[in-house]
Design a protein around this ligand. Structure first.
Ligand code: PXP
Length: 244
């Protein structure tokens, strides 16, 4: 099974918010993105609501008929939102409120008790839980002990070294994905994946179940159109879907 493509639509909300109106209409965009073949919609509400708003998440719940993945730091407000929406998947990230974008995976050893409690609370309301992890096999055991169902590999390091030495760039991701598989955890990935680096990543991480991609896909949509961009990313995940 090729990995699923979940499109992170935060960037569309950033463009909308720049003018204060409803253009682009992210609800319509989510519907279209799904019709064009994406298998999931991802959002990452942040406390200052500078891109996706909490009200957007409630409205999206009505139209997402693929997998709804909500990412975020598990503060009280986030957990209340999750309990209300109970999306298919929750991806926990350890980022502080003011950070520009997610910039590290969890330390699953230092945060074990916190994560254990939060994960069991989220799972009891019916969502799968994935936790954002650096490519560090030592963090996998901690993820398992916390009760996570999946890990999301934080791919920024891979993306930033891919062009100089792809084999070296992916090495720790292969180790970490193998470790996750041995521990019975599913493997997702995201951050800075793009049309250049996605295929090599998917080819070398056979455990990959899902990628969430936002920034590069929306940038590519400026040149190719959103429908084409969604399809191009799907083809990068699985060349059997067509050719670019
Ligand atoms: N995964 C997580 C946890 C993220 O925070 C983000 C960015 O919001 C992504 C994946 C997607 O990253 P990008 O926008 O670079 O594709």
């Amino acid at each position: 099974m090729p990995a699923k493509l979940s499109v992170n639509i935060n960037k569309l909300a950033t463009i909308r918010n720049a003018r204060g109106g409803n253009n682009p209409d992210i609800i319509q965009a989510a519907k279209d993105i799904q019709n064009w073949g994406a298998e999931g919609i991802t959002v990452h509400p942040r406390p200052d609501e500078r891109h996706i708003r909490y009200s957007d998440v409630r409205n999206l719940k009505q139209v997402v008929n693929t997998e709804f993945n909500i990412e975020g730091y598990p503060d009280k407000r986030f957990l209340e939102l999750i309990a209300e929406i109970h999306p298919e998947q929750v991806t926990l990230v350890p980022d502080p409120p003011d950070v520009l974008t997610s910039n590290a995976g969890w330390d699953t050893i230092a945060n074990q008790t916190l994560l254990q409690d939060i994960i069991s609370e989220i799972k009891s309301s019916g969502s799968r839980v994935s936790i954002f992890l650096d490519a560090n096999p030592f963090m996998v055991e901690g993820a398992k002990k916390c009760g996570a169902d999946r890990i999301e590999l934080y791919t920024e390091q891979y993306a930033s070294h891919f062009h100089t030495d792809a084999e070296a760039a992916i090495r720790n991701y292969v180790f970490t994905a193998n470790e996750a598989e041995n521990a019975g955890l599913g493997v997702n990935a995201g951050h800075d994946l793009d049309l250049n680096n996605l295929h090599y990543f998917a080819k070398n991480i056979p455990q990959l179940l899902e990628v969430s991609i936002g920034h590069a896909l929306v940038c590519d949509a400026l040149y190719y159109g959103l429908q084409n961009a969604v399809q191009m990313y799907k083809i990068r995940l699985n060349p059997e879907f067509g050719s670019i």
